[in-house]
Design a protein. Structure first.
Length: 200
């Protein structure tokens, strides 16, 4: 797989390892995460949805902080994620899906931002995401841009729990079709005009 800059040849990344083969990720990445959900006004979320999308279920926003480590495609290194999701449905002329719409996904490393943004269409931005501060039963996660702190996620009274894969908050127990994204990359030299082919 080639990525820019093209002249340097095929590029290793999350979907292509050495010798053009996939990385063995059977034991990676290691993951630590914390999340909080809250109920909000539907009208606030409506403004964040791209064409073809509508709110589904209850207007519950989930803010998640995640630390990934020991990634083979990053030579054992890792990165952190802060994302904002809420339940939505996509109703296209051909395709339909219900799930958790990812409105924004901040990361603190260029490699996953570039590959996930242009190739997959994830709404990725860069920010500083220092390691979470854990003191007893209190966890504090922060996000900043060039020293300006714009988000603090603080959880208290935490207790050990069994690992599980919960349904998306807001969908009333439905598992959904997965996380929904909207890829938008404007045409080169178009002054911001949409791509030639929009999702169906």
């Amino acid at each position: 797989m080639y990525r820019m800059p093209y002249g340097f040849g095929p590029t290793a990344g999350p979907r292509q390892g050495p010798d053009y083969k996939r990385f063995d990720c059977s034991n990676a990445p290691h993951r630590w995460q914390a999340a909080v959900s809250f109920l909000t006004d539907r009208n606030h979320l409506d403004r964040l949805l791209p064409p073809g999308f509508a709110l589904a279920g209850d207007p519950i926003v989930t803010v998640e902080f995640r630390v990934l480590s020991e990634l083979p495609w990053l030579a054992g290194r890792g990165y952190s994620i802060l994302k904002v999701n809420f339940p939505a449905a996509y109703n296209g002329k051909r395709d339909k899906a219900v799930g958790s719409f990812c409105s924004v996904l901040w990361e603190n490393l260029a490699d996953p931002i570039l590959s996930g943004r242009e190739e997959l269409g994830f709404a990725k931005l860069w920010c500083e995401l220092p390691p979470p501060r854990i003191m007893g039963d209190r966890v504090t996660c922060t996000a900043s841009w060039l020293g300006h702190e714009f988000a603090i996620l603080e959880l208290t009274d935490l207790a050990e729990a069994e690992p599980r894969n919960p349904a998306f908050p807001g969908l009333g127990g439905q598992a959904g079709d997965g996380t929904l994204h909207y890829k938008y990359i404007p045409q080169t030299g178009s002054g911001g005009k949409p791509p030639l082919r929009m999702p169906v």
